[in-house]
Design a protein around this ligand. Sequence first.
Ligand SMILES: NC(=O)C1=CN([C@@H]2O[C@H](COP(=O)(O)OP(=O)(O)OC[C@H]3O[C@@H](n4cnc5c(N)ncnc54)[C@H](OP(=O)(O)O)[C@@H]3O)[C@@H](O)[C@H]2O)C=CC1
Ligand SMILES: C[C@H]1O[C@H](OP(=O)(O)OP(=O)(O)OC[C@H]2O[C@@H](n3cnc4c(=O)[nH]c(N)nc43)[C@H](O)[C@@H]2O)[C@@H](O)[C@@H](O)C1=O
Length: 312
Amino acid sequence: MKKIYISGHRGMVGSALVREAGLRGGFDILTAGRDRVDLCDQTATFSFLEEEQPEIVVIAAAKVGGIHANSTYPADFIYENLAIASNLVEGSRRAGVERVLFLGSSCIYPKLAPQPMPEDCLLTSPLEVTNEAYAIAKIAGLKLCQHYRAQHGLLYHSAMPTNLYGPGDNYHPENSHVIPALIRRFHEAKESGAESVTIWGTGTPRREFLHTKDLAEACFHLLELDNPPDWVNVGVGEDVTILELAQWVARTVGYQGEILTDPSKPDGTPRKLMDVSRLKGTGWEPKIGFEEGLAEAYRDFQASLAGGNARL
Ligand SMILES: NC(=O)C1=CN([C@@H]2O[C@H](COP(=O)(O)OP(=O)(O)OC[C@H]3O[C@@H](n4cnc5c(N)ncnc54)[C@H](OP(=O)(O)O)[C@@H]3O)[C@@H](O)[C@H]2O)C=CC1
Ligand SMILES: C[C@H]1O[C@H](OP(=O)(O)OP(=O)(O)OC[C@H]2O[C@@H](n3cnc4c(=O)[nH]c(N)nc43)[C@H](O)[C@@H]2O)[C@@H](O)[C@@H](O)C1=O
């Protein structure tokens, strides 16, 4: 049994990682809420890792949000994410942790990166302003792992997922990502009989969406590789416009009214399609189709309304 600490286990990604570890077997799964350890607190994080002695640490704890949250609270996003990454990476080294997997995000790549975006376009031109603070912290996390691996010979490496969705998402009307936000807005419009739903921005940006179960499988696949890349993109390799996404969500929810756009709201990056050839070359493929994944996400939202554990 390998002792694996999955940080952020109450979150959308951390909970998918815990489920996947359970399905795979062979892991002694360690989790800890903020009540046990605040990962922004260096002393508490170092002591926790020293006491628990995990063999593997997965960094899925983070301050996370959509375009509005990122641009409204940039100080929180850069500070908390830098602190979590540096405390967990240095704390892991001190506690003798053999392997760390750090989760970043596709927003680490330049705003106008070549499409699809290969791993080596990192730091080649400026970032998108709406999530610069978060992206800088995620680049720092990736670089911590890369340099600890180089200097200390530790197997610390990273995965850069595209935009994610799945059970346990954050359905906050303003601070969430686009999929949970639209599920909620279209559902409420259907319930109230509203004639139209307005989506933020022009509807023209393109985004790629990966289900968290596929991401969790990719993470455990990476943890099985003897010599994983320092960082690797995780995505499906296909994208849609935000207007097309809104039409998918409307169909899933059963909303038949009009869809309007609001160009006074930010679009963010025009496109961020991942080049996933490196990961696919190691034998991983996503499995969950978008229609199936969205239908499941809508069921998760409905369960949360009925008193489940999703965040509203
Ligand atoms: N969601 C997405 O679309 C994407 C996510 N990612 C990455 O995946 C990872 C997880 O994201 P996701 O699951 O969506 O985010 P969530 O917000 O759902 O989960 C984050 C988790 O981190 C925990 N956490 C945050 N700060 C602290 C802290 N100081 N101490 C202890 N725990 C803390 C939260 O705890 P609590 O429950 O107490 O708040 C929560 O459980 C992040 O690294 C993110 O960058 C990457 C690409 C896209
Ligand atoms: C995962 C990723 O998430 C963030 O980047 P983002 O891709 O811009 O994320 P988003 O999901 O919030 O928006 C995607 C697109 O959708 C449009 N959009 C329409 N209507 C709504 C809406 O109602 N809510 C939201 N949130 N967006 C909407 C929105 O205007 C944008 O064009 C980063 O901050 C960064 O942290 C990061 O890593």
